[in-house]
Ligand binder design. Sequence first.
Ligand SMILES: [Cu+2]
Length: 611
Amino acid sequence: MRKQSKFSRRKFLALSTSGAASVLLGLGRQTTLARGRLTGRRAVLPIPPILEGTADGSTMVYELTQQQGLTNFLPGFQTPTWGYNGSVLGPTLKLRTGQQVSLRVTNNIGVKSTTHWHGLHVPASMDGGPHQEIEPGETWNASFEVLNRAAMYWYHPHPHAMLSQGVIFDPESTGYQVYQGLAGMMIIEDELSDTLALPRTYGVDDIPLILQDRRFHPDGTLLHFPDDFNPATDAALRKGDHFFVNGVEAAVLDVGAQVVRLRILNASNVRIYNLGFSDNRTFHQVVSDGGFLADPVPLNRLLMAPAERAEILVDFGADEGQSLFLRCFNGGNGTRFVPTRLQDVYDTLDFDLLEINVGSSTAGAILNIPSSLTTIIRIPEEEATNLATPRPFELQANPFTINGNRMDINVINERIRLGDTEIWEITNPNMQAHPFHVHGDSFQILTRNGVPAAENELGWKDVVLVRPFETVRIIKRFHDFADPDNPYMFHCHILEHEDVGMMGQFVVEDPAATSVEEDQLLGNAPIEVEIYPNPFNASATISFTLASAGTVRLSVFDVLGRRLEMLIDGYLATGKHEVRFDGSSRPSGIYMYRFELTDGRSRSGTLLHIE
Ligand SMILES: [Cu+2]
């Protein structure tokens, strides 16, 4: 990678003089605002447009199209890119909790893709993960009720390339497609966010900031990996030497002398940013990935790993006429997140991302940081059904696996019982930090290496950065959306790690699911059931009483709903009956029994087989 970068930088220097390039050449370690500032090129920070929906009855319908285009990333170059409804990135979706939505995604990029609603609490079949593929030319309709708390979420492709070799080069991989430009923001509002006295004028005092880095071939095309990439010596990571906010390098943001809300998304494939301001001012984080924090948390540095979001309030009230920079303080990071072998200069350098000019305040300006925001009910550890034995997730490098398993789209790695709350224990035994993301719903961080999480990590999260040699415990509820067929993903959000296998699948299973619908429709069968022992070791006795005589079927199913045995199929008299289920030759786990009567009524329950 070092060899490659030098090559591309040298070529680039022939094309433009560059402030950042001087840093790269070792001419100075001073903080530099990318290139535009020195060459006089200044772009006003673009604000992604809001995507307007159309009402279809009580459902709001949004149309997104993945398309190819050209983007002016570098002066004088049109770079081929992909975007949603445009050449790069995508419009912002503004949704409301409780709203029924239909998100229609059309794939016009010529290769297979998906679109995942990152952080959204939706059924697995609507999640947009690797199983909800969209073929070129096709449209996928994700329809669901918005259940999340007010916060900022995002959408991006999430296909799983199946090539075992060279998967990261595959245009049908997540890393490839996000790097090509496919990513957009979703802002959800709810009754809580309505009531808080916060800046809320989009693009004026409520500013989305999408952070990404890119590198380029000398002809201005995106450089995914060098042409003579050597997996033995080059880092298989898409890291850039150009830094973009909302798709523009060295942009300028004009704000009023007031409190401004910055909604920050790290949409980079790999890069970690340690954010702050050039004057080291204190700012306040108010929202983490999945909702408001209890109180604004004062900070002067904010670490953001890939896919993390944070909303911060910055008080510019006394700064009229001043300029300052949103800065990445990666200087001094050393090997805290990236081992030396994989570092580029921006992993350990301070550099600016955005110039901020403060003018006069706008009408209706917010002038104060609220003292408190909400009450966060911390999920009690005792609620976890696996408190004594947390579910382990070991993140392994070379090869990149979780618990030794490389992602296999045909393998369900974890099965979780509907209604359970679980503690997951994520361990990182290697030198590189991994941002661990879980689909389905937000979680809470309990501890890092046994120590309670920091104040700004005590809210709702869906990504947690697991540092080298760290163990992080999170707690998560699995209280809805059971679906034995459609899994959710858990994975490292370094997209190249995800693509090469640092990902797994879990399903939420309802042991009684096979009968729920009939029971609701037809009512429970008039059967009283007793099982003993349950849990059982070798066999269980199912004892039942019939209120009236009739034809009865009794079957046992596995958790995937496959019938294993029919224990009874015949006419039975009123009264008490008994039958044994022999599980001694079957694996331990949950089984379901189900009585069916000729009138269509049924009754089911679970048998727990332990060894
Ligand atoms: Cu990773």
